[in-house]
Ligand binder design. Structure first.
Ligand code: GLU
Length: 285
């Protein structure tokens, strides 16, 4: 089986050292395995995606010596595939319309009988307010937020919810207590008609990705991705969640962290191998 991995940046800001590490690590592994390295632009949030950031990504990656195989996929051009996946889940009776605002969720989660509010991959675990307020029959409603009814979804899954993580005993990791750690996640946002979790799962499968190499900040999201792979009958790739690159104060780098932008190091005369050294990678072969 050919090793296929990908780098999937969102064009909403400059590439910084953390992105460069992720891209170079995945790229080095693909080249060492004689596999494929794909580039996918995750631009479903059209209110934040910008063409100039996308162009800067291409330019910075080329400069770093990161080359990709095949055409670049842009998620904004793939919305039909996400709609199709939502239809499958809707037809299984697993999606429901949610009208809650952020404030409603916070209030409900903080109600005294709820105990301390729990957090999942998207922030507060949804307290289930809208779970039974809208009918789940007829055509799938559009331009509304749709959540996954997680306990109903899990009841429909017959195979064990596990995945392999390289470096972690190469063993099977179990998705544990999904209702407490994930909850009813939004799969279609009102403004986008999809979500990060849904599109990433659909695209990784469509692109034949065998290995997902990404930051430890996304490890929490893997549980919901595995649930979606089971529901949509898609294969589960092998995961590797790498350490995060932090600033001098130990904080992980954010998109707005222009001080660590690759373009800034370039402008100051750094060479690609200097960047590799900064993130702890050996010089380019
Ligand atoms: N688009 C995501 C990001 O920029 C990465 C998605 C992934 O690797 O699964 O953080």
């Amino acid at each position: 089986m050919t090793f296929v991995t990908r780098f999937a940046p969102s064009p909403t800001g400059p590439l910084h050292l953390g992105h460069a590490y992720s891209a170079m690590l995945a790229h080095d592994m693909a080249r060492a395995e004689n596999g494929n390295f794909l580039l996918r632009i995750e631009d479903i949030d059209q209110s934040r995606a910008r063409t100039h950031w996308e162009n800067q990504i291409y330019d910075d990656l080329r400069w770093l010596g990161v080359t990709w195989d095949g055409p670049v996929i842009r998620q904004s051009e793939n919305t039909a595939a996400y709609s199709h996946a939502l239809d499958i889940l809707w037809d299984k009776g697993l999606l429901y319309q949610c009208d809650c605002k952020r404030r409603d969720i916070l209030d409900a989660a903080q109600a005294p009988q709820e105990g301390a509010p729990a957090h999942g991959p998207d922030g507060l675990i949804y307290p289930g307010t809208c779970r039974h307020t809208h009918p789940r029959i007829g055509p799938r409603p559009e331009t509304v937020a749709l959540r996954l009814d997680l306990s109903a979804a899990i009841a429909q899954i017959e195979t064990p919810l596990t995945y392999s993580e390289t470096g972690k005993n190469d063993g099977q990791i179990q998705v544990t207590n999904p209702m407490q750690t994930i909850g009813d996640i939004v799969l279609a946002r009102r403004d986008m008609g999809t979500s990060y979790h849904l599109s990433v799962v659909v695209d990784d499968a469509a692109q034949g990705v065998t290995h997902i190499i990404r930051g430890a900040d996304l490890a929490e999201a893997t549980g919901i991705h595995v649930v979606l792979q089971h529901l949509l009958d898609l294969p589960t790739p092998i995961y590797q969640h790498h350490r995060l690159i932090r600033d001098d104060a130990g904080k992980r780098l954010a998109k707005r962290d222009d001080a660590r932008a690759i373009s800034k190091y370039r402008a100051e005369g750094a060479k690609p191998n200097d960047i590799r050294q900064m993130v702890g990678l050996p010089p380019a072969p």
